[in-house]
Design a protein around this ligand. Structure first.
Ligand code: C2E
Ligand code: MG
Ligand code: MG
Length: 740
């Protein structure tokens, strides 16, 4: 719609330009045509004027035989004979020279004889013509007298004058001539000559003849008081004062107009065609320009936004943060940067696939977007990490927003490929320094996010200066752990599992790492670290190899090995185990794989198949830390599990919290019904042991019998028949979390 209106906006002036251009062209052609017609008209007017003057002159020349004649002098100047005059001037001029009227004017300028249409006429009837007649006669006489005074004699050629004159709206050819003797030295020259004037009125038919002669259209005599049409050719005859006495008009040739009319059609067609082509070209170039602008805008948008969610990306985030900091410098307040990481997002991606992962990201992006204000920014930095720039805030408001986001993002989400439980962790840094580098702000929020995840996920944490130290320590530990795994500097210790007679029935392999400078590190720290740094598969393989090697020392004893979700998801896990079994020549039946409930969380068919395969290979499966996290008894019937390990948290409350005993009783009953073996972890006191025995749980693992110990200690126990005795004093429970 917008594009359409911009097209119209450009097309309208373009169309106007085309119309103006065509009008200008046509206008110019018209002016040229008018000019050409003007020239043609002037040419015709000149032609007609000159032609008629010539005609009058020619007409007057015809008078010569009569006017250069001794008899003419004799019968006028010498002795006036009116009879002779009527016959030789009046009648002759009328009959032979086509002067139907004529006058004889004596040397004093008086009309001695007037003649019209075969009869003597009253001189007064010629009064309208007299002024012009006198001028011509005067001119003739003057010319003659000048020649005579100079002794040049008369000249027959210059003795006559032919003119066109007009009076009362009529047009006449006037011829005038002096009556002179035949010889240029005649004594008759001493007599002042008479002048004869012939008049011929031009009639319409003669004018039409004239028209034909000059190749112009019909010439008409127009009334002297009318104004001829503008496009008519006019030859006007005026008196001395300039008043029009008569005028000839005709429609002149209009070559310009004719050409204009002939060319107008093609010119208009060509102009309009060119105009249309120009409009089409403009339209196309405008389209091209628009699509260029659109693709540029799209490229710009893509450069600054995340393709999956459409949210601003890292670059735009940095820009928005800088702007927020600038505003903070001007108006005060604080800016909060919040890093949001989805908990266990990798599990969703690995178990349900990337499409489901993408769907979850989009779902959460939309949820967070509804929670921020218009001047805040939500960006996606990649993977499962979002970041909010909250302007004009303080610690309290930032915490409120963090809580709201946590609440909104925690819960079951329905994806196309199944249901997932989703939660997030949030790291917040509140900025007061407007000059902070966006990368530094992000680093702080990231550190706080680490802390939130360390706190157990589903939490938020604020950045504190000490976190820098924490992260440095983490880096040091990561480097150390990598090195230790690489050189095999990891120990495996074993914690016995005993029956109610104190007889050892199995051991759990637990790994130990001692940092060269920082000393022993708890598995609770370095196992998650190994997970995060991608070292878990190597570490797990290392422990599994040791455990299998050691298991051969204790035939008949089950050796339980902890297997993390990462290992289980690894595509070559089964192959690795197969290789290790071969390498160590240990029967799989002696190895028990301990998996946690989290592995079963997404109720995945692949996991089911994997566990089934492992059992087929001969391994037994134990469900570790049972009762914590996402316990669902439903898992037990669906998954091929052999053993349940009741978590230490229930055992430690035995004798204190009656509910723990009730829970344990229920678990024991269920496991018996499902024909599952059962082990209680973290048994530290005889009381706990006795209560467990009463509930039906007869195999126990805990400090009461032994802490995790080196392989040599298990050797000693096995060699001495495997019978163990409780080591506790009821009053002094061994509460140390981790063994050496
Ligand atoms: P877990 O698999 O549940 O192992 C039992 C933990 O409980 C061990 O802690 C053990 O020392 C401790 N424990 C046993 N009896 C008692 C008791 O009576 N009182 C108290 N307070 N604690 C007791 P540890 O060795 O620190 O290991 C912690 C966790 O680290 C293990 O829990 C396991 O999840 C993980 N872990 C240890 N080694 C490995 C390993 O090689 N691979 C994997 N994936 N995880 C391991
Ligand atoms: Mg375990
Ligand atoms: Mg456990």
């Amino acid at each position: 719609m917008k594009r359409r209106s911009s097209e119209v906006k450009l097309l309208a002036p373009m169309a106007a330009i085309v119309i103006v251009a065509v009008c200008a062209l046509v206008g110019s052609l018209w002016v040229w045509a008018e000019q050409a017609d003007g020239l043609a008209r002037t040419r015709e007017e000149n032609l007609v004027r000159q032609g008629m003057t010539q005609m009058a002159d020619d007409h007057s020349l015809l008078m010569t035989p009569i006017t250069i004649w001794d008899a003419a002098v004799q019968d006028t100047a010498v002795k006036y004979d009116e009879k002779w005059v009527q016959a030789n001037v009046g009648d002759y001029f009328k009959n032979y020279l086509n002067f139907e009227s004529n006058l004889l004017i004596d040397p004093s300028g008086e009309i001695r004889f007037a003649y019209r249409d075969g009869h003597k006429a009253d001189p007064a009837t010629f009064s309208a013509l007299m002024q012009q007649t006198r001028e011509i006669v005067g001119e003739l006489r003057k010319r003659h007298e000048t020649r005579m005074a100079r002794g040049q004699g008369y000249n027959a050629e210059s003795n006559h004058v032919g003119r066109l004159i007009a009076a009362d709206g009529r047009l006449y050819i006037m011829g005038a001539s002096l009556l002179l003797p035949d010889a240029r030295n005649s004594p008759l020259l001493k007599y002042k000559p008479f002048v004869t004037v012939g008049l011929h009125e031009l009639k319409p038919a003669e004018l039409i003849d004239l028209s034909r002669r000059y190749l112009v259209s019909d010439i008409r005599l127009a009334a002297n008081n009318t104004t001829p049409a503008r496009d008519h050719a006019v030859v006007a005859f005026r008196d001395e004062a300039g008043h029009v006495l008569a005028q000839l008009t005709w429609m002149p040739e209009t070559p310009g107009r004719t050409l204009f009319i002939r060319t107008l059609g093609p010119v208009l067609m060509i102009s309009l065609g060119l105009g249309l082509i120009a409009i089409v070209l403009l339209h196309q170039s405008q389209r091209a320009a628009q699509s260029l602008i659109a693709s540029e805008a799209k490229a710009k948008h893509m450069a600054l936004h995340d393709g999956l969610t459409g949210l601003p990306n890292r670059t735009l985030f940095a820009d928005r943060l800088t702007q927020a900091c600038e505003r903070m410098k001007r108006h005060g307040g604080q800016v909060a940067v919040m890093c949001i990481g989805l908990d266990r997002f990798k599990d969703v991606n690995d178990t349900l696939g990337h499409v489901a992962g993408d769907q979850l990201i989009r779902y959460n992006a939309q949820k967070i977007a509804t929670m921020i204000r218009s001047n805040d920014t939500l960006a996606r930095l990649g993977g499962d990490e979002f970041v909010i720039v909250q302007s004009d805030t303080d610690g309290g408001s930032a915490a409120t927003l963090a809580k709201r986001v946590l609440e909104a993002l925690t819960g079951v989400v329905n994806l196309e490929s199944g249901q997932v439980f989703s939660s997030c962790s949030i790291g917040v840094t509140v900025l007061s320094d407007g000059d902070i580098d966006p990368a530094e702000a992000l680093r702080q929020a990231d550190l706080a996010l680490y802390r939130a995840k360390d706190l157990g996920r589903g939490q938020y944490a604020f950045f504190e200066i000490e976190m820098d130290a924490t992260i440095k320590l983490r880096k040091t530990m990561e480097t150390g752990l990598r090195e230790a795994i690489h050189v095999g500097d990891i120990n495996v210790v074993y914690q016995p599992q005993v029956d109610h007679y104190g007889q050892i029935v199995g051991v759990e392999a637990l790994c130990r790492w001692t940092h060269p400078t920082r000393g022993p590190v708890s598995p609770g720290y370095f196992i998650p670290l190994a997970e995060e740094c991608g070292l878990m598969n190597d570490l797990g393989t290392l422990v599994m190899r040791r455990a299998m090697q050691d298991a051969r020392r204790w035939p008949g004893l089950k050796v339980a090995v902890n297997v993390s979700a990462t290992q289980l998801r690894s595509a070559d896990f089964i192959e690795t185990l197969r290789g290790l079994l071969e390498e160590t020549r240990t029967p799989a039946s002696q190895i028990e794989l301990e998996i946690t409930e989290g592995v079963l969380l997404n109720d995945d068919h692949t996991t089911q198949l994997m566990l089934r395969d492992l059992r087929h290979m001969g391994f037994s499966i134990a469900l570790d830390d049972f009762g914590t996290g996402y316990s669902s008894l439903g898992y037990l019937s669906r998954y091929p599990v052999d053993k349940i390990k009741i978590d230490r948290s229930f055992v430690s409350n035995l004798g204190i919290d009656p509910e723990s005993e009730a829970v344990i009783r229920a678990i024991v009953k269920l496991s018996k019904a499902l024909n599952l073996a059962i082990v209680a972890e973290g048994v530290e006191t005889r009381t706990q042991k006795n209560i467990l025995r009463q509930t039906g749980c007869t195999i126990i693992q805990g400090f009461l019998f032994s802490r995790p110990v080196p392989v040599a200690d298990i050797d000693v126990i096995v060699r001495s028949g495997g019978r163990m005795t409780p080591t506790d004093a009821e009053s002094e429970p061994a509460r140390t979390a981790a063994a050496r």
